[in-house]
Design a protein around this ligand. Structure first.
Ligand code: HAM
Length: 421
């Protein structure tokens, strides 16, 4: 019997996995520059962790959670996102109040699979705890911007919005509730349920056309912002302009999770279709740590969908090639010497491969060509007798003899020159 992977999951295979590698490595290089520390948390958590943090009225909790009972009857969920788990770990392990953390891992949402939308997908995320300043929000947006550029995404739109703080939220919710109740008969069943459950803001997430026609004219958050929120928004816009990061204000942007409180943002692409066009998204969530049983600590962060980033790069025809420096060609009699040379090259941080199948020189050369190595080192009978290896530059076709004792030095020199070129 043959098994198949589950719908909405994928095997990430070479050569596509080379793009994944590039995205992950480039992202982590930037994260290091920002002094952000890695955190790894479990993929399974208490189901209530997500209900309490993401919110009962959200699509994730209502429709998309992978939930099950374990053998002891405990309610478990596969994590649908990272923030809740990181906040849990931050509180549970009494981490320093002020700390910036990053993570990488699979997330699970039972959604309708399509291009850029999977049931298991990968996020790289950042959560920054302990700083309430709007400068932190802008630093986080700049970090996200730097990451997108570093992984090769250049064509995107940044949308921002300021959500109400505790002080100015009540009036807005009152006004929105009044407006939605006036139009309740036009809204979909799901949205009516959201109003009943008091998840008023979540109506603004609805993608149904009839609901969108109503929410398009709903009262705007910006008209209810208090002085402080307004001041923060203006400063954020000023800073983004100074950093030359183009952005659009989107007064309907509320994000699909309940925990957001202040500046929220999304980086959007037009390469993946309207339902899954967000590459990276996040925002401030100043109440969550306290609501989850911790101290009153402000926080902000974002998560980037690696699957979507790779899809966009692939759609743009970007391919990553494995970069191998050396292929060693030899024969059965010289296999052991060749093998030792292979290991020595690797000990010197020089990427190298060889073939152990006793193939003809010709087919080994063909394989070296296929692998697009920079140099081939040949170790045959003549070379063994003369205490040298033949070194072929695969770009120019030039071949020369290199004494055994200086092979590593010579390879290093040539590779260094190649980098400089
Ligand atoms: P989110 O917007 O739900 O936010 O997800 C963040 C990113 O994950 C999305 O922008 C998208 O790239 C990717 N993503 C989401 N669902 C899928 C899917 N089904 N298939 C492929 N990619 C997907 C959060 O998860 C928040 N925790 C972000 C955050 C961190 N806010 C503050 N800190």
């Amino acid at each position: 019997m043959k098994f198949q992977r589950l719908r909405g999951t994928k095997d990430i295979l070479p050569p596509e996995s080379l793009l994944w590698e590039k995205v992950i490595i480039n992202t982590f290089n930037i994260l290091k520059n920002y002094g952000i520390k890695l955190i790894i948390t479990p993929t399974i958590e208490d189901r209530n962790l997500f209900i309490r943090s993401i919110g009962e009225g959200t699509d994730i909790v209502i429709k998309e959670m992978y939930e099950f009972k374990d053998k002891k009857g405990r309610d478990i969920a596969l994590r649908p996102e990272g923030t809740a788990s990181i906040v849990r770990a931050y509180i549970e392990n009494s981490l320093p109040e002020k700390i910036d953390l990053c993570y990488l891992g699979p997330m699970f949402r039972y959604e309708k699979p399509q291009k850029g939308r999977n049931r298991e997908f990968y996020q790289i995320g950042v959560e920054s705890f302990g700083v309430a300043s709007i400068y932190k929000d802008v630093e986080i947006i700049k970090l996200a911007y730097d990451i997108l550029k570093a992984v090769g995404i250049n064509d995107f739109t940044l949308r921002i919005n300021m959500l109400n703080c505790k002080e100015c939220n009540t009036d807005y919710i009152k006004s929105l509730t009044k407006y939605l109740n006036k139009n309740i008969n036009t809204l979909c069943d799901n949205c009516r349920g959201k109003i009943e459950r008091n998840a008023i803001l979540r109506v603004l997430d609805c993608k149904e056309d009839k609901c969108r026609s109503i929410t398009a004219n709903a009262p705007l958050i910006k008209d209810f912002l208090c002085k402080k929120c307004m001041w923060n928004l203006d400063l954020a816009k000023d800073l983004l302009n100074n950093l030359k990061i183009p952005f659009k204000e989107d007064f309907h942007l509320v994000r699909g999770l309940d925990y957001y409180t202040g500046l929220v943002f999304e980086f959007i692409t037009d390469k993946l279709g309207p339902q899954q066009n967000t590459l990276l998204a996040g925002g401030r969530y100043d109440n969550l740590v306290k609501e989850m049983g911790g101290k009153d600590i402000p926080a902000t962060g974002f998560a980037m969908g690696i699957d979507r980033i790779v899809e966009v790069l692939a759609a743009e025809g970007i391919q990553e090639e494995q970069k191998l420096n050396i292929y060693i060609v030899s024969d059965s009699e010289r296999m052991q010497k060749a093998f030792l040379l292979l290991l020595k090259l690797r000990e010197n941080n020089i990427s190298a491969v060889m073939n152990f199948d006793n193939k003809s020189f010709k087919s080994q050369m063909r394989e070296a060509d296929d692998k697009k190595v920079k140099f081939v080192l040949i170790l045959g009978e003549e070379e063994e007798k003369g205490n040298f290896v033949s070194m072929k530059d695969m770009k120019t076709g030039e071949q020369k003899k290199v004494g055994n004792e200086i092979v590593i030095e010579e390879v290093k020199n040539l590779l260094a020159q190649d980098v400089i070129k």
